[in-house]
Design a protein around this ligand. Structure first.
Ligand code: PAF
Length: 294
């Protein structure tokens, strides 16, 4: 496995792979790799001829008061993880090379970047869309892999890729959870044991909502109020049910939706979500009934 530091070298390496007829998969990360990232790397290794993992803590997606300086940086062990999973290259440009002194160009995905996390972190998706564009332009991937835990990020990137004709397939993979339900996140390591215990109410709230949805509840207000009730011991930033592609709030659940939540626990902000599609739920209930002979 090789470590590539410059945009020019990255593009050159990718062009060589493509000239040999190989497909290139990209797993964009900010490092501090965990089992959620591993699932993305494994998916790319199994589908693409070569897998590049980018490791870049992107200053453009942090506000000045946020955790850019303290964000976990574990570069050596991240490289070992990528190598052990079969990745071909780690792309790790410097912040100086990515954003020179006179840097002036940003990507905005209107509307989709505004609600949910965009309410509290107005700078965030502009920073994500910009850095992902820059990574795409250097790595030249056929496919790029993201975790569904960052559901709004996935919707923003999908729309950007569609609107700007990138021609890159976006693959979103399910959230990986600890046994007790906590969604894996590089920021979980900020939690003290008691904060971690309190954080469990986030996934508990989402699972309670899933039970209500599976039992046929379609009133978004009733579900959100149950979610807020289960999350009453943490500081809720938002809990909302939105259309899964447009990210607009819904009152009744008729198509595919995302129930997304964000909460502050001590100094740590965590997000999580589930998706639900009433049509798919109906089809799988019918399938279960058919196979049990009912
Ligand atoms: O999800 C992340 O780790 C980051 O937002 C990403 C996509 C690597 C962009 O910096």
């Amino acid at each position: 496995m090789i470590v590539i530091r410059s945009q020019a070298e990255m593009r050159q390496w990718s062009r060589e792979q493509r000239a040999r007829g190989k497909t290139v998969g990209l797993v964009p990360t900010m490092g501090a790799l965990h089992a959620g990232h591993a699932s993305l790397i494994e998916a790319s290794v199994s589908r693409d001829d070569t897998t590049v993992v980018s490791i870049f803590v992107n200053p453009a997606q942090f506000a000045p008061h946020e955790d850019y300086d303290s964000y976990p940086r574990t570069f050596q062990s991240d490289c070992e993880t990528v190598e052990s999973l079969g990745g071909a290259a780690v792309y790790a440009p410097t912040a100086k090379a990515m954003y020179g002194r006179d840097y002036a160009t940003y990507i905005e995905v209107e509307r989709l970047q505004e609600g949910l996390c965009g309410g509290t972190r107005p700078h965030f998706f502009r920073g994500v869309a910009t850095v992902v564009t820059k990574l795409f332009n250097s790595v030249l991937p056929d496919r790029a892999y993201f975790g569904q835990k960052d559901g709004q990020q996935v919707a923003v990137i999908r729309r950007m890729v569609r609107d700007l004709d990138f021609g890159i397939e976006i693959v979103a993979l399910p959230t990986v959870r600890e046994k007790d339900g906590l969604a894996l996140s590089s920021r979980n390591e900020y939690l003290s044991p008691s904060e971690r215990a309190r954080a469990l109410c986030i996934s508990r709230a989402l699972f309670a909502a899933r039970d209500m949805l599976e039992a046929g509840e379609r009133d978004a207000g009733r579900i959100v109020s149950e979610v807020k009730n289960v999350m009453k011991d943490v500081e809720i930033d938002y809990a909302a049910i939105v259309d899964a592609d447009e990210l607009t709030p819904v009152e009744r659940i008729e198509g595919r939706v995302m129930l997304a939540v964000a909460a502050q626990i001590g100094n740590t902000r965590l997000i999580d979500n589930i998706q639900f599609d009433p049509q798919e739920a109906r089809a799988s209930t019918q399938e279960r009934a058919r196979s049990s002979g009912a």
